[in-house]
Ligand binder design. Structure first.
Ligand code: OGA
Ligand code: MN
Length: 293
């Protein structure tokens, strides 16, 4: 295995198919070889959990830049949420807190928009290029609920019947965040917001470069199959999403404050689970890298 696993600590597998935990590591203090080790672990596990990380927003962004280069900026999201709590546009505020650090009103429009994270998705699949790595740093977590689930889209693809693999091999899907939000009834996008999110076409099957494994690439953002009648495409996409998120392909992460979780959006989907948002605080920060070399 990698230098990382021998020099630092092994990754323990958290699920029979994917997801590892790396122990004995301070993400702020990794040299280049150790960083290569993290990339190798990511290629294998696709989701990596590192506990007890005291990391500032700045250090998180710096780590992401070293791990994966260019960062997704939340310029689009700032239109939705101008009162974001971080000055750095690379930081996405994944919390139920307002600009004063208080629990948001349940009817707050920012919360309504963020509820889309409860749907299975791959980050930025509605943009081109989409996301490669995302990483969440947990500051405050609810006593119960608010877990994040991850689905292994390589293992799901492997289990597809051959006929399905052949059917989807060369297909492309159109992804749109306006669409995915509309499926839960959030349709109040302004013209300016719509202009920020034109959507993007993506292949339905991708080869994951680091593992050379094929992965289905689907998400709640996937609106239709390019060149197909919309209902046919939507039915196929629903079927693929259901198959990719069968319980045997899902790892559920229960958060503790100090957790740092990195995932590979090229071959996993994720979704947040509900919690008592009126009374419990949940404060996580996300940084995402763009899938370019
Ligand atoms: C995200 C996301 C889910 C959650 O940060 O990209 O989808 O559990 N989060 O908060
Ligand atoms: Mn997400």
């Amino acid at each position: 295995m990698s230098a990382m696993t021998t020099a630092h600590a092994p990754a323990e597998q958290l699920h029979p198919l994917f997801a590892g935990e790396l122990t004995g590591t301070d993400l702020r203090a990794l040299d280049d070889a150790a960083l290569d080790g993290v990339r190798a672990l990511m290629d294998r596990y696709a989701v990596l959990v590192i506990r007890n990380q005291e990391i500032t927003d700045e250090a998180q962004a710096a780590f992401a830049r070293r791990l994966g280069g260019q960062l997704v900026t939340t310029v689009g999201l700032r239109v939705i949420n101008p009162a974001a709590r971080s000055a750095d546009p690379a930081l996405t505020d994944i919390s139920n807190l307002d600009e004063n650090g208080e629990i948001m009103d349940l009817a707050d429009r920012r919360r309504m928009y963020a509820l889309g994270n409860r749907l299975w998705h791959s980050d930025s699949s509605f943009q081109n290029p989409p996301a490669r790595y995302s990483m969440l740093s947990a500051k405050e977590v609810p006593a119960t609920g608010g877990e994040t689930e991850y689905a292994d889209m390589r293992a799901a693809y492997d289990a597809f019947p051959d006929a399905l693999k052949a059917q989807i091999e060369d297909l492309r899907a159109f992804h749109s965040i306006i669409y995915s939000r509309s499926t839960i009834g959030f349709t109040e996008f302004s013209e300016a917001e719509r202009a920020k999110f034109p959507g993007a076409e993506q292949p339905l099957v991708r080869v994951h470069p680091g593992s050379h494994r094929k992965s289905v690439y689907v998400a709640s953002h996937a609106e239709h199959i390019v060149g197909w009648p919309v209902p046919d495409g939507r039915l196929l996409l629903r079927e693929l999403l259901a198959l990719a998120t069968l319980p045997q392909f899902v790892y559920r992460h229960t958060w503790r404050a100090g957790d740092f979780v990195i995932w590979d959006n090229r071959c996993t989907m994720h979704r947040g689970l509900a919690f008592d948002e009126a009374n419990q605080r949940r404060d996580l920060r996300r940084v995402t890298t763009i899938d370019v070399d």
